[in-house]
Design a protein around this ligand. Structure first.
Ligand code: GTP
Ligand code: MG
Length: 294
């Protein structure tokens, strides 16, 4: 049948980030913000008596540490009328793009699960099921890397968060540089760093989150490029390490400080935007960013 032949899998947006950042909270919030619940929220202005507290409130689900990847199907619209409303719309107004938001486990011990998902989505993993493997890599439209803006102010949380981000960005950088040489550009995956939990008074503003991450990524880059030196290779021998060095160097090679802007060299657009999932949900800017990229 023609219909089955034209069936295409929806675009994918991958939700990555450390444990407790709020990934599952975001995925469930967006999923619940379907058209059924939207009416409830739109009408929330009604004062009413004490009984109004019984009306359902748009909120993320209670979460616990994720152990697997979980996809939710959403509909995004770039209709500017919906710009200030993150609701997942499947009504008939405007045009909508169906996509999958894939929530991943953030726990360090499950990093292979999340990175494996990324590798598969970018078509980097050895693909056993050869069918559609070339399309596979085109399905990934964006990566949302979520961080806890209240936690990254402390080095204990910043270091592992930045290390994870380094791995993600390096993966995308390698993929971009290998594909630009062989297949031409256009496949680079943009990254949104969602600085979550802005409702907490300890949260750093997005500009600070960005600065903290850039500083830590600079440190990691320096450490990793010295890795050979530290692992027992004589100081005199490091001259020969040039190529390996360049391969795990994030951003502009040889630059003193890392900045997200350097990812532009690989066509990878990185943006840091603040928001919060719980309390007064403030995810419109993230939703709008995603909607423009699926
Ligand atoms: P893993 O599944 O372990 O990777 O974590 P996760 O990123 O999925 O985190 P999860 O969504 O489970 O959220 C962790 C905790 O942060 C939960 O208790 C959420 O209620 C809380 N949380 C999420 N978003 C916000 C937010 O915007 N503000 C505040 N204050 N808390 C939040
Ligand atoms: Mg989770």
């Amino acid at each position: 049948l023609a219909s089955s032949a034209t069936y295409t899998t929806p675009p994918v947006v991958l939700l990555l980030g450390p444990s407790q950042a709020g990934k599952t909270a975001l995925a469930t919030l967006l999923e619940r913000a379907g058209s059924d619940n939207a009416a409830v929220v739109d009408g929330s202005g009604g004062g009413g008596g004490g009984s109004s507290s019984t009306s359902p409130i748009l909120a993320p689900a209670q979460t616990h540490t994720s152990q697997t990847c979980q996809a939710v199907e959403l509909n995004a619209s770039t209709d500017s009328a919906t710009r200030k409303s993150f609701r997942n719309r499947d009504d008939a107004s405007g045009t909508h793009t169906k996509f999958l938001l894939v929530d991943t486990p953030g726990h360090g011990k499950l990093r292979n699960v999340a990175m494996g998902r990324l590798a598969r989505a970018t078509g980097a993993a050895a693909d056993k099921s050869s069918s559609g493997s070339s399309n596979n890599s085109k399905k990934l439209k964006a990566v949302v890397f979520m961080v806890d803006a209240a936690a990254v102010g402390e080095h204990d949380a910043l270091a592992p968060t930045a290390a994870y981000l380094y791995d993600v960005l390096l993966h995308l950088q390698r993929r971009a540089s290998s594909s630009s040489s062989s297949r031409g550009k256009g496949g680079a995956v943009p990254v949104l760093i969602a600085a979550n939990k802005m409702d907490l008074f300890t949260a750093l503003p997005a500009t600070m989150v960005k600065a903290q991450l850039e500083a830590e990524l600079t440190r990691i880059r320096a450490t990793r490029s010295k890795g050979l030196l530290d692992s027992g290779v004589g100081i005199d021998d490091v001259g020969g390490a040039g190529e390996d060095d360049q391969d795990c160097w994030l951003g502009e090679y040889g630059s003193e400080k890392f900045s997200f802007q350097q990812m532009g060299e690989f066509d990878i657009d990185v943006e840091v935007i603040g928001g919060s999932v719980t309390a007064e949900a403030d995810v419109d800017k993230w939703w709008w960013w995603i909607a423009q990229r699926v």
